[in-house]
Write a protein that binds this ligand. Structure first.
Ligand SMILES: Cc1cc2nc3c(=O)[nH]c(=O)nc-3n(C[C@H](O)[C@H](O)[C@H](O)COP(=O)(O)OP(=O)(O)OC[C@H]3O[C@@H](n4cnc5c(N)ncnc54)[C@H](O)[C@@H]3O)c2cc1C
Length: 543
């Protein structure tokens, strides 16, 4: 069988290599317009930050080594300009000779990925303006940093890539500013979590301006000097644009291959397009959300590889379903790892669930173990079915959020409900975790909330002022709050002086746990209107 694959990075090479492993007799050709294939796009910010030292490390396989390893014929610097499903041919232009050629196929895979959006604004072509998509982008930026030693950097776009780039620039001592037109960043987190992230970044000298739209880049002598936004002008030495990507599917015009409104290729669960024998995988395709089954764009290396593997097996004659993505993502920021999967509380409500969430602050490992720190976890479930819907996690001092997120991914993917997953036999030893795992601990807190054992003020409600008429009780280990009455939890043995049993009382502590224990005691002694502040003073702005 003759299989033609267009695109040779994550998705294309995965399909090609797996297909040859499935059946070495397949004639597999991979066409790409680039010189390189199989590069580590995800590693680019770390090359800029010199965490990855050598540029060679960014290239996982050269065309030659990939061909030798797999038996796939790799044809580089060849741009596909048209697909003709009726004749099962693609038209290409050889970018060296400018010659037009044609290739035939039995099965075609579109794995053409995406390219950075370049807004039609003044100043885009100035020296010192960068994008971050290919090894070339990262190599040029690092060369320039080494040569010109810029002091100020502006990253436009506060998604995961923008923040990773910002981290790597700040780590080299540059005064780094991130601007983003959204109200809050990064996407995929609810506001109480993004508030925490933004405060943390500010403490680490990365200033983020949300609600700030780039108007133009102002230059002097052909070089970047300032960025002008809807709010202000800022001096800067370099600008990195990371405002999103657009699928490389323009060449499919006239092919009758169905596209989504965002320009990605529409595929079914077998990764087939609407045209027989044509598949699409990776950033150029829209898959589905595993929970809602709605179309979902998941432009991630993970999705590209997983769907690429499945497409290869299907091309080889199997019938494997891709069950959909969860929007799982994880990133490293200075001193804070962030991760998310599934639906946010807002997403879940929008999707029609009776969503209930909780925010916890929990030890990442035995508190007495050297280097122990904390997670801030937000967990969302459906109140009726108790199905887990989503988890967002922040790992302070670089705690292992990927572990929390991956447990959540597994639980959600297996349709787990909170009752089933609360007592999973998760690994524990002091250097790794806590006896009740921080994930399970959060499940238990959410179950307490659903059952009514725990009545809380969420960070969002607290910030909205929903509890402004409550008396504040400080249940911390030692007094922490200046505008609250301190009550020593261990000394509560009955009615508390200064608090009437009918009073509305908001109980706070540093993490939220002692507030819960206090609420429990107060209930016993007849207090009727207490709420425990989720996440305590670590998450909330309470003084
Ligand atoms: C800086 C950065 C950091 C990232 N970090 C992560 C991360 O931590 N985790 C994660 O999961 N993902 C991450 N990603 C996303 C990940 O890199 C992409 O999802 C992945 O590269 C997508 O692979 P792909 O093969 O679908 O597309 P691409 O990587 O875009 O490759 C498509 C290839 O097709 C070629 N092509 C396009 N059109 C044509 C044509 N007409 N003819 C011939 N060839 C064509 C392109 O030039 C390109 O070489 C990151 C991406 C970037 C840029």
């Amino acid at each position: 069988m003759k299989v033609l694959i267009i695109g040779g990075v994550a998705a294309g090479t995965k399909v090609a290599a797996k297909l040859k492993r499935e059946n070495r007799n397949h004639d597999v050709k991979l066409l790409t317009d680039s010189k390189d294939i199989s590069y580590a796009g995800c590693g680019l910010p770390y090359y800029v930050g010199e965490v990855i030292k050598d540029r060679e490390e960014l290239i996982v396989n050269t065309p030659k080594s990939f061909s030798e390893l797999t038996g796939v014929k790799v044809i580089t610097e060849t741009k596909v300009i048209k697909v003709n499903p009726d004749s099962k041919t693609v038209e290409v232009v050889d970018l060296n000779s400018n010659e037009n050629k044609e290739y035939t196929y039995d099965k075609l895979v579109i794995a053409t990925g995406a390219s950075p959006i370049k807004p039609p604004l003044e100043g885009m072509d100035l020296d010192g303006v960068y994008f971050m998509r290919t090894p070339e982008d990262a190599i040029t930026l690092r060369d320039e940093i080494e040569e010109l030693k810029p002091r100020r950097a502006t990253v436009v776009g506060g998604g995961f890539i923008g923040l990773e780039v910002a981290e790597n620039l700040a780590a080299q001592g540059m005064v780094t500013t991130v601007i983003d037109m959204a109200d809050t960043i990064p996407p995929g987190f609810d506001k109480e979590m993004t508030d925490y992230i933004l405060n943390h970044l500010a403490e680490h000298r990365i200033m983020v301006f949300t609600g700030t739209k780039l108007d133009s880049i102002i230059g002097e002598n052909g070089r970047v000097k300032q960025v002008k936004t809807n709010r202000h002008k800022m001096n800067t030495d370099i600008v990195i644009l990371s405002i999103g990507i657009r699928a490389n599917t323009q060449f499919l015009d006239g092919s009758d291959i169905e596209l989504m409104p965002n320009g990605t290729v529409k595929v079914n669960e077998y990764l087939e397009t609407n045209i027989p024998d044509i598949y699409a995988v990776g950033d150029c395709a829209t898959v589905s959300n595993r929970i809602t089954k709605e179309p979902a764009w998941s432009p991630m290396g993970s999705t590209a590889n997983i769907s690429g593997r499945i497409a290869a097996m299907n091309i080889n004659g199997e019938q494997n379903k891709y069950n959909g993505a969860l929007g799982t993502a994880v990133a490293q920021l200075p001193g804070l790892n962030i991760g998310r999967t599934g639906l946010t509380e807002d997403d879940a409500k929008a999707a029609g669930y009776e969503a209930i969430s909780v925010v916890t602050v929990v030890d990442d490992k035995a508190h007495y173990f050297p280097g122990s720190s904390l997670f801030v976890i937000k967990m969302t479930a459906d109140k009726n079915t108790k199905k887990l819907l989503g988890v967002q996690a922040l790992g302070l001092d670089s705690s292992a959020v990927d572990k929390i997120i991956d447990i959540a991914v597994t639980a959600i993917s297996l349709n787990g409900d909170l009752e089933e997953i609360k007592d999973l036999d998760l690994a524990y030893a002091p250097p790794f975790s806590t006896a009740i795992h921080p994930f399970a601990h959060t499940v238990n807190v959410l179950l307490n909330k659903i059952s009514g054992d725990l009545v809380t003020a969420t960070p969002r409600e607290f910030a909205n002022g929903d509890f402004d008429d409550y008396k504040i009780m400080d249940a911390s280990i030692v007094p922490e709050l200046s505008n609250a009455t301190y009550v020593d939890l261990s000394k509560v043995n009955g009615e508390i002086k200064g608090f009437d049993k009918e009073d509305k009382i908001l109980i706070s502590c540093s993490k939220g746990k002692r507030a819960y224990m206090m609420q429990n005691k107060l209930k016993h002694y007849g207090y009727k209107n207490t709420v425990a502040l989720e996440g305590g003073s670590i998450v909330n702005n309470i003084k």
